[in-house]
Design a binder for this molecule. Sequence first.
Ligand code: SAM
Length: 352
Amino acid sequence: MRRDPPLARRLKAEIALEGPIPISRFMARALLDPLDGYYARSVTLGEDGDFITAPEISQMFGEMIGAWCIDVWHRMGRPPAIEIAEFGPGRGLLMRDVWRVAAIDPAFRSAVSVTLIEASPVLRAAQARALCDVPVTWREELDIRGDTPLIVLANEFLDCMPIDQYVCVDGRWAMRMVGLDPAGELAFGLAPLDTVPPGAQGSDGIFEVAPSLKGWIDRLAVALHGRGGAALLIDYGGDGRGDTLQAVYRHTRTHPLSAPGQHDLTAHVDFRAVCRHASDAGLGVDGPTGQGDFLRRLGIEHRARRLAAGDPGASERINRQLERLVAEDAMGTLFQVVALRSPGLMSVEGFQ
Ligand SMILES: C[S@@+](CC[C@H](N)C(=O)[O-])C[C@H]1O[C@@H](n2cnc3c(N)ncnc32)[C@H](O)[C@@H]1O
């Protein structure tokens, strides 16, 4: 007989006692439960792990983001101090590449302080190893009261933000819940609703809403209004329609309820909601644009040629990595990029 992972056993007991839970609660526990959550357990990124992200594919990704940060700093009038705050830095590779690129502009590098906002103690330790020569501070949350200008980076962070799913059939709304089937296994079910759920769109179908997204953008907006600066958000792009909840284990998709805490769990990011909340909060918005176009506008093809010229034996590998980051049938259009700006900053690089 299959043995349940510890978190599945605990969730089943809780649901048996208290009843079904919204998907957002299930997702928050599966990812961040301090004992048995996916990100509490081990380092799971990279070719040998469960999934691979853009900074794990190639140094070129972080280098382009580093160049973007330098450009933002210049557009802001080269302030003497600037904080780069990254949400969900994984193994710290993006920041490692940003920091290396910062060396091309010593005045920028000496102005920079780095803050990492990371929930996982295991990944904090991995970040400390990758960034041993970078002055880094870890924080629980963004400092919204500081006075240093700010650049916020978040790559594949918002897709970990828990979502709820709403289902509309013939004009009747229900919330999708996680409960137990007659055999006592975790199973999806529906809880009928009397009212149309907040943020739900359209007519029949499944709709997803990340309940904490608006609060997250509002906090970011307070910080950017008070301190000045920009945020760069890069993620698997969606529009809030359809069921995009997905679990991944060793690069293979699995059922989202099959092993909570053992598999990564994500949902596509509703970039329309991101942009709406950001402009409601008075921020300038650039994008969304595809990751491929964004990186090309920042010069990634030129960088790939330079790297290949310096190491001809590696040119095939470099071109493969480039394709993965920018090609339409790879990450080029599936991943979307949005920049949010404080009102004093008129535009940023990478968008038309
Ligand atoms: C998919 S990984 C992306 C890692 C990295 N940005 C990259 O591109 O390789 C998600 C990251 O977000 C972190 N994370 C997830 N939810 C979080 C939360 N609520 N607060 C802080 N960090 C969180 C995870 O621990 C992990 O570092």
